[in-house]
Design a protein around this ligand. Structure first.
Ligand code: ZN
Ligand code: ZN
Length: 101
């Protein structure tokens, strides 16, 4: 406990369109934040793995509690003060919002 593997973004180098990413082993005091479980933007099929900054607040239909998927800064969608959604639940909500337009 207290450490984990996380993906970090690297500065894009001259001539490279996309910034690279790197998996790093980080040691921390106390409880380490979970790694983001959403699919990575640049590496299809791989888990994002960036350090989570929020948890999904979408209520679950079939059980008490919330989705609670760890979400990183890039994957989070703020829907209110201290309320965030994971990409999966953002996409599930989108059709509802489109229906009003
Ligand atoms: Zn992420
Ligand atoms: Zn969610």
């Amino acid at each position: 406990m207290g450490c984990g593997r996380y993906r970090i973004d690297l500065e894009p180098r001259a001539g490279e369109a996309k910034p690279g990413t790197m998996l790093v082993h980080i040691k921390m005091r106390g409880r380490a934040p979970a790694g983001c479980v959403s699919p990575d933007f640049d590496h299809p099929g791989e888990r994002c793995g960036r350090i989570s900054v929020a948890l999904c607040d979408e209520p679950l239909r079939h059980s008490a509690g919330t989705c609670s998927a760890p979400i990183c800064e890039r994957h989070r969608t703020k829907i209110g003060p201290d309320r965030d959604l994971c990409p999966r639940h953002v996409s599930e909500r989108l059709p509802l919002e489109d229906a009003t337009t």
